[in-house]
Design a protein around this ligand. Structure first.
Ligand code: 13P
Length: 256
């Protein structure tokens, strides 16, 4: 078993309304595995159904939100706040996803603000970072990731939460939804660089406790090899999390 445990997280993005969410959980093969956690991030609209589905089946599957607004309430048309999510039983949020950065103009400052607010409200945060293809080709991967994490590491709320309620997902932008996965060697090298960056900033004990998930075209065909890498603590999965068969197949690759 991995020292930090394994997290298999599915990010449904803008897929699966409540009916499809219910069908997914009905068909999902699941068995409890010590040291491993399964989590799904459905759309806001499907959160309540997902929670009901897992609790009705008595399953230990965590449900989290894909986003939230940093303010607790107010005139922010179309947004959902932390207290609203907590009212229905959501305590996990996914932040910093490259699609939020790219399509919704979420700057590092916005992401930091959301992260701090989420942590202060008692959420567990999975923070996504990743470089583009041009940045990788230019040999700037570690520099870009360091820059993306800089303000988070400098913030006292975040730095105190790393390894307990703040964890990372490394998602190279060029691997998301493209069918091109980072090789296990590429992913492990990047995860190891991230771990040493965390160690330099937070010290070894905290850095060692941070789960670093890999995301980007994870499938049942490549997950086993990725998971065998010492610094890869699980997967953040898009496309392959949408079908119960493929997500169940990923879960079955985690040794119990
Ligand atoms: P894919 O698994 O579809 O490449 O998506 C990865 C992702 O963005 C998960 O957050």
């Amino acid at each position: 078993m991995k020292p930090r445990g394994v997290l298999l997280a599915g990010n449904w993005k803008m897929n699966h309304g409540p009916k499809a969410a219910q069908d997914f959980f009905r068909a999902l093969p699941y068995s409890k595995k010590p040291g491993a956690t399964m989590r799904i991030y459905p759309s806001y609209l499907s959160l309540a159904t997902a929670l009901d589905s897992v609790s009705a089946a008595g399953r230990d599957i965590e449900i989290g939100a894909q986003n939230f607004h940093a303010e607790k309430s107010g005139a922010f048309t179309g947004e959902v706040s932390g207290p609203m999510l907590q009212e229905i039983g959501i305590h996990q949020v996914l932040l910093g996803h490259s699609e939020r950065r790219q399509y919704f103009s979420e700057t590092p400052a916005v992401i930091l603000n959301k992260t701090v607010s989420a942590l202060q409200q008692g959420f567990e945060v999975l923070l996504c970072i990743g470089e583009t293809l041009d940045e990788r080709k230019a040999g700037q991967t570690v520099e870009v990731l360091t820059h993306q994490l800089k303000s988070t590491l400098a913030d006292p709320t975040c730095s105190a939460a790393f390894g307990t309620s703040l964890h990372l997902a490394y998602e190279p932008v060029w691997a998301i939804g493209t069918g091109v996965t980072a090789t296990p060697a590429q992913a492990q090298a990047t995860h190891a660089s991230l771990r040493s960056l965390l160690t330099r900033s937070l010290g070894e004990i905290s850095a060692d406790a941070v789960q670093i998930l890999y995301g980007g075209s994870v499938t049942p065909g490549n997950f086993g090899e990725l998971l065998a890498c010492p610094d890869i603590d699980g997967g953040l999965v898009g496309g392959a999390s949408l079908k119960p068969e493929s997500f169940g197949a990923l879960w079955s690759l985690i040794s119990s």
